[in-house]
Design a protein around this ligand. Structure first.
Ligand code: V47
Ligand code: SF4
Length: 387
């Protein structure tokens, strides 16, 4: 079943704005849009125009298929040497009351709690603890793989990797090779924020810069790993900063083809140094998804991360270019609950996810991390699902 936005050609032909009409025609002819086109879409495009075009691209690429996976998160620590202004989650090392740090044994306790359950991925990401070093994380990777070799390990942002490699005095190439040998399968998309130095130096000046972030992903791709990319939007950045960010990603993707998924992350404003800012409206959120789908023509997938966006808006995003809704998540991921997401209990059963996708008249497909299709749930009756 296709959505009402399946054929935007009439909308494009009738657009009174010549510039928007030209951009729409490029998209319908599968031509790449330029930097200026991207900025113009944000500045002038109506929600319905952007949505119809993004939905068309989404359906050309994936039809109604909407992917989800069964994963769980481990956050090794919330202690962090950095001080990103938007972060509600990190605590300094000396804060013994609110900081936590998990031992390998404690993390293995989490992994083992999924024994016999059909999860396919563990997502490991956290703060940058001054005492958790490369050897500690290599040991963690090896221990997880020894226990459950089939579990895909998607772990560590370039922020964490850059810090651990520098501390261990190993070049990125060597560090990534060691991590891969120990069991690292792919990289999540975090730590990207906004690449442009004008913004980066105001919101997260001390952590890895754009070049460092992109280099680590490039090295991962050269080693045969895949990865994701994020963009933190809805704070002090302009439309050109967003397009600049996506442009750098699009260029690297042209070179390596290693990115799977782009995940726009909505800035949440609770309890951080940027709490004075208002959060973006749902209209801006949907436009962000739509322009991402239109600009990143070489990214296979656009994901709405529901624990951050909320499940209803994530469902809506399925008509604005999004074809992936992340996973069951499970366990307690704290990055968003501490930043003010309405999702205080970010866990959905497979039946909940399938239901959410079916309500949006899309086709639910369970995937592995690398988008290998595990099961099509179109015909599965919800009452027959017991997990
Ligand atoms: O890099 C931190 C963001 C990211 C806030 O690859 C905030 O599949 C909004 O990258 N408001 C980490 N965002 C999470 C992440 C991620 C999530 C889901 C899936 C994947 C994937 C990656 O969280 C950080 C930062 O950009 N973040 N604080 C905040 N107040
Ligand atoms: Fe640390 Fe990440 Fe929070 Fe920045 S966003 S302070 S790097 S935990």
């Amino acid at each position: 079943m296709t959505s009402p936005f399946s054929d935007p050609s009439i909308l494009v032909a009738n657009n009174a704005d010549v510039r928007l009409k030209q951009i729409g025609e490029k998209i319908l002819h599968r031509e790449r849009i330029s930097f200026e086109d991207g900025v113009a879409l944000f500045a002038k495009g109506s929600l319905s125009y952007l949505g119809a075009l993004a939905n068309w691209v989404r359906e050309q690429k994936h039809g109604d298929k909407t992917y989800f996976n069964r994963n769980f998160h481990i956050e090794p620590t919330n202690v962090c040497v950095f001080a990103c202004k938007f972060c509600s989650y990190s605590r300094i090392y000396s804060n013994r009351e609110e900081g936590w740090e998990l031992s390998i044994e404690q993390m293995m306790h989490i992994v083992k709690s999924y024994d016999g359950k059909p999860v396919t991925e563990v997502h490991i990401v956290g703060g940058v603890h001054p005492k958790m070093n490369l050897d500690f994380f290599l040991e963690l990777l090896r221990t997880i793989k020894a226990h459950r070799p089939d579990l895909h390990i998607k772990a560590f942002t370039p922020v964490e990797l850059d810090y651990m490699f520098k501390k261990a005095k190993v070049p990125v190439e060597e560090g990534m090779r060691l991590a891969q040998e120990a069991g690292l399968d792919s990289l999540p998309g975090g730590g990207a924020e906004i690449f442009h130095p004008e913004i980066r130096k105001q919101i997260c000046e001390d952590k890895v810069d754009a070049e460092g972030w992109l280099h680590i992903h490039k090295v991962a791709h050269e080693l045969g790993m895949h990865s994701n990319a994020t963009l933190l939007y809805g704070h002090i950045e302009s439309f050109s900063h967003r397009i600049d960010h996506m442009d750098r990603l699009r260029q690297l993707q042209d070179e390596t083809g290693g990115f799977n998924t782009f995940i726009p992350l909505k800035f949440r404003n609770m309890d951080n140094d940027m709490s004075y800012l208002k959060e973006s409206s749902v209209i801006e959120d949907m436009k962000m998804y739509a322009v991402s789908r239109l600009y990143l023509d070489n990214f296979p997938h656009i994901k709405a991360y529901w624990p951050m966006l909320g499940r209803q808006n994530a469902q809506l995003a399925l008509s604005f270019g999004v074809n992936d809704i992340d996973g069951t998540i499970d366990d307690s991921t704290k990055i968003y609950t501490m930043a003010g997401s309405e999702e205080q209990n970010p866990s959905m059963s497979t039946a909940d996810l399938v239901n959410l996708i079916k309500q949006a008249k899309r086709q639910p497909v369970e995937r592995g991390t690398l988008y290998n299709e595990i099961r099509d749930y179109s015909e599965v009756v919800l009452e027959e699902m017991n997990d």
